[in-house]
Write a new protein. Structure first.
Length: 398
């Protein structure tokens, strides 16, 4: 792997990681027992609930740490059975943490406005008021604690398992690349997107078509996963009394249906601008229209060669430093500290993401760099997410 994960743990399943997991499991079990023994929040038990909320906040930082670490490992080496097994175990432990959140929502759901207001003004919690209000609103659409606990347990081998299956399937998937010179090569699916953003249209089209054929070989699996994810959510919404399937997404994004509709109206009203841009691009490329595999292609400027990883780092570094020096310095630090997994190789999950640990206050970027302009944009995009987390690193999790 290209990135340095030693700040997480010096060794996978070594003494430090094993001790960390054991302590996390013990503390989770103890906090679940403590929180489930308390009655609904009121003035008499406010001190006890405050301790529970603060302990849960601290537990969350540790869960982000271990979850981010395992996510890094399984993305960079999706075929590693030890990593996948550990991630599955983590999902089961995390389900116990979800049960603690059920108890937190129970505490707030039926608390009086007076008691809740007094609780949220306590010195240790006053800077977490938004999160407390959010939890209280969410609690209004919760099942009974017993039902929510069952849902958390079933999620380990249900809802979350479909996501892990995708990681495995996509990480092992490869496609047949028919190069313009007649060569046929088996390539990891993680390289497909980069090839579709290169300057050669024949290469882009071959990667597009070869990748589609590869995904068609697992279409039943992926369709079943998507149906199972949606079906589980709809069933839970029914039991939780969520009126519309979009309501949870709107709530999570802290926006209203009216806001969402306004956003779509704005997009529709200005869609001609996007069409104009694509027509200009098609004309510059000598095409009648733009195909899907032309969307990310560079314009046909002369002397376009492949962009090495060193060139890409310098391009992003230079652009950031000119526009916002602090972002440029942060990008330099990420490169110097090896926070980026970029190398193309078999067994990597496709796509790109930024992850991070609230415990060590560091981020990591996962991508597959294949020397295209699109890959440079991806690096810059994910670096933006990492910088966002860096700016917020001193804020409490709540």
């Amino acid at each position: 792997m290209n990135w340095d994960l030693n700040a997480y743990f010096a060794e996978f399943n070594g003494p430090a990681m094993s001790s960390f997991k054991t302590q996390l499991e013990d503390d989770t079990a103890a906090l679940l027992k403590r929180s489930s023994a308390l009655e609904t929040l009121d003035q008499a038990n406010a001190v006890d609930w405050e301790a529970v909320f603060l302990m849960d906040e601290e537990l969350g930082t540790r869960y982000s740490h271990l979850g981010s670490y395992l996510g890094c490992l399984t993305a960079a080496d999706a075929a590693n059975e030890a990593y996948k097994r550990e991630e599955a175990i983590f999902s089961r432990v995390a389900a116990e943490a979800v049960k603690i959140n059920v108890e937190l929502r129970r505490a707030l759901k039926d608390a009086t406005d007076v008691d809740f207001e007094a609780f949220s003004k306590r010195p240790a919690l006053s800077s977490a008021k938004f999160s407390l209000e959010y939890m209280r609103k969410e609690a209004q659409f919760a099942m009974s604690p017993e039902q929510e606990a069952v849902a958390a347990d079933l999620g380990v081998d249900g809802l979350e398992a479909w996501g892990r299956l995708y990681d495995t399937v996509s990480g092992k998937l490869s496609f047949e690349m028919h190069w313009p010179d007649g060569r046929i090569e088996e390539l990891p699916i993680a390289l497909r997107r980069s090839l579709m953003e290169g300057p050669n249209r024949e290469v882009r089209q071959a990667a597009f078509e070869g990748g589609n054929k590869a995904w068609e070989t697992v279409e039943d699996v992926t369709a079943s996963a998507l149906n199972a994810i949606s079906g589980t959510r709809h069933t839970l919404y029914d039991y939780r009394g969520v009126p519309h399937f979009l309501d949870k997404a709107l709530f999570d994004a802290c926006i209203s249906q009216k806001t969402l509709e306004a956003m779509f109206e704005a997009i529709q009203s200005e869609r001609e601008m996007s069409r104009r841009i694509l027509r200009v691009k098609a004309n510059a490329m000598g095409l009648d229209g733009i195909a899907w595999y032309d969307l990310g292609a560079p314009l046909p400027f002369p002397d376009q060669g492949k962009l090495s990883w060193d060139i890409a780092k310098d391009m992003v570094q230079g652009a950031f430093s000119k526009s916002y020096p602090a972002l440029g310095e942060f990008q330099r630090m990420m490169v110097d500290k090896a926070w980026i997994e970029w190398e193309p190789r078999p067994g990597k999950r496709p796509g790109a993401f930024c992850t991070g640990s609230q415990l060590i206050r560091e981020s990591r970027i996962h991508m597959t760099y294949n020397e295209s302009v699109g890959d440079v944009r991806t690096l810059a995009h994910e670096a933006g997410h990492a910088f966002h987390s860096h700016v917020m690193r001193d804020l409490r999790p709540f």
